[in-house]
Design a protein around this ligand. Structure first.
Ligand code: FAD
Ligand code: 2HG
Ligand code: ZN
Length: 509
């Protein structure tokens, strides 16, 4: 279904033989190797339904020793391998392009240890993020990252993609929170960097190379991560920003939040009206946090932009008072039209479900072209308006002849929808173009235009999702040739035969 063409298969890779399956069986024992095409199928399809590989077998090791034995065999035979965690990646990185073997961490879910003194948590790479969050919470701590896919994504996948999410604003990127890693290299060697020390400056910090390497340098088998103490209380506000230069206004609100809420600030997210509409339409039970914005208060009906501001502090009363005062002052200054401070955790949960559910809601609408971009905060929303204009002029009477469907307005089944949402505090916008189906003509209108636009505004073409298959050929928009050359030599040093996640991250030579 993908409009994106697959690069040709590298014929230097071996074709899987029955004798390979016999070796895999002998390493993994019963239940460890899946070959039934129906059971293999979900491992070949990505979360969006955009990319589909033709892998014939899935390997499900339970231990590092098994991963090592599997890779030793794959490297001896030159069989290509795709590491896979929760398969929630959004750039086609986690599924085969051709017939690569899938190495799933789905059975490597053990919590290996938790140090209550330091908050260091150690787990096998396949442990699901939400499960680790619950384990950390039980012990008075929290995971330093959170994202909408937390119920399915694995910590190894999070590290492999250097996932960002909604807590990055407070806890910083994984490059700071990951204390140690255990990694199996392409040839099967086990690299034990699983220290849980806070400080360790002995030579080059090799673990950093694996953070964000998207399965191309090694298979992460265990992760040690610093868990901050859980905040006693969090509170949430949902604000509507007026239409005049909404992004600049939002930036003003962010600066005010940094000044007035200081280190209490724990998330600063945004969604535009089009995102809100899609979420309300497709998420069961989703409610508009400012219902008056549709009907009762005419001026709020114009609000094109909404902010989700969370603070984490010592007490609920104190948090609520801080947020109320913040809301009052930003409304007084005209930066905010209207807003609500969540009255309890249920209401806060509903607002988070709305913000974090946009991705899921868009999936229900059909095909999605996703662009995960970062810019200076003041400029981060420009690309959404520019995309709307570009598509509206290309399809003046609606996409696929779909009647009155416009890119920004009414939602007919055939209409394109251009939505923007994301992590405003980090300058990260998720431009999503929703269409009834993947279409090569539409794709050609968006790409490479969107990457050129991003580069021209000194942005990054991948803020947090990685390059995967989708953006491997486009790395040059955000990195100079010398950097790409160095990346190639790093890849060659770690994986000389190129068997680990081929066709991903680096462009074809
Ligand atoms: P997978 O999708 O299985 O794999 C992703 C990549 O990592 C692939 O290249 C794969 O080969 C590699 N990989 C996986 N496991 C390993 C391993 N053990 N060793 C080596 N390589 C490995 N991302 C964000 O950054 N921020 C968000 O806010 C966010 N929200 C999301 C919300 C939804 C609803 C969805 C569907 C996705 C979201 N994502 C987000 C994208 C995705 O969830 C993250 O990138 C996540 O970290 C991927 O984890 P995973 O276990 O599913 O990895
Ligand atoms: C989010 O922030 C995720 O919700 C997903 O990173 C973004 O679907 C997307 O484009
Ligand atoms: Zn995101």
């Amino acid at each position: 279904a993908a409009g994106t063409l697959a690069p040709p298969r590298n014929t230097e890779f071996a074709l899987l033989q029955d004798s390979d399956l016999a070796v895999f069986d002998s390493i993994l024992g019963s239940g460890g190797v899946i070959t039934d095409p129906h059971e293999v199928d979900p491992y070949n399809r990505d979360w969006m339904g955009k990319y589909r590989g033709r892998g014939r077998c899935v390997l499900r090791p339970r231990s590092t020793a098994q991963v090592s034995a599997l890779l030793r065999h794959c490297s001896a035979r030159r069989l290509a391998v795709v590491p896979q965690g929760g398969n929630t990646g959004l750039v086609g990185g986690s599924v085969p392009v051709h017939d690569e073997v899938v190495l799933s961490t789905g059975l490597m879910t053990t919590l290996l240890g938790f140090d209550p003194g330091s908050g260091a948590l150690t787990a096998q790479a396949g442990a699901v993020l939400a499960t680790l969050e619950a384990a950390a919470r039980e012990r008075g701590h929290a995971m330093p990252l959170d994202l909408g896919a937390s119920g399915s994504c694995a910590i190894g996948g999070n590290v492999a993609t250097n996932a960002g999410g909604i807590r990055l604003l407070r806890h910083g990127p994984l490059h700071g929170s990951v204390l140690g890693l255990e990694v199996v290299l392409a040839g099967g060697q086990v690299l034990d960097l699983l220290s849980s020390l806070r400080k360790d400056n002995t030579g080059y910090d090799l673990k950093q190379l694996f953070i964000g390497s998207e399965g191309t340098l090694g298979v992460i088998t265990a992760v040690a991560i610093q868990c901050p103490a859980a905040s006693p209380a969090t509170s949430l506000a949902y604000l509507a920003v007026p239409s005049f230069k909404a992004a600049q206004q939002a930036h003003g609100v962010l600066q005010a939040a940094r000044q007035n809420l200081g280190e209490l600030l724990s998330a600063f997210e945004f969604l535009d009206r089009e995102s809100l509409e899609v979420a309300k339409q497709f998420l069961p039970g989703a409610r508009d946090p400012l219902p008056g914005s549709d009907t009762v208060i005419p001026y709020t009906a114009q609000a094109p932009f909404f902010l989700v501001v969370e603070i984490a502090g010592s007490s609920e009363q104190h948090n609520a008072a801080m947020l109320e005062a913040f809301l009052e002052s930003t409304m007084g200054e005209g930066r905010v039209l209207d807003g609500v401070v969540a009255q309890d955790s249920r209401q806060a949960g509903e607002i988070w479900a709305l913000r974090e559910g946009i991705t899921e809601a868009l999936r229900h609408r059909g095909a999605i072209y996703k662009y995960d971009l970062s810019f200076r905060v003041e400029e981060m929303y420009g690309v959404v308006g520019a995309a709307r204009e570009r598509l509206a002029s290309a399809y003046p009477s609606g996409f696929l002849g779909g009647g009155a469907g416009s890119t920004a307005g009414s939602d007919t089944e055939h209409a394109l929808k251009v939505v923007g949402y994301g992590h405003l505090g980090d300058g990260n916008v998720h431009l999503n173009i929703s269409a009834p189906r993947y279409d090569a003509g539409l794709e050609a209108l968006i790409e490479p235009w969107v990457y050129e636009f991003t580069a021209a505004h000194s942005g990054s073409i991948s803020a947090e999702h990685g390059l995967g298959r989708m953006k491997a050929p486009c790395i040059g928009y955000s990195k100079p040739p010398e950097a790409v050359r160095l990346m190639r030599s790093i890849k060659a040093a770690f994986d000389p035969q190129g068997i680990l996640n081929p066709y991903k991250v680096l462009p074809p030579e």
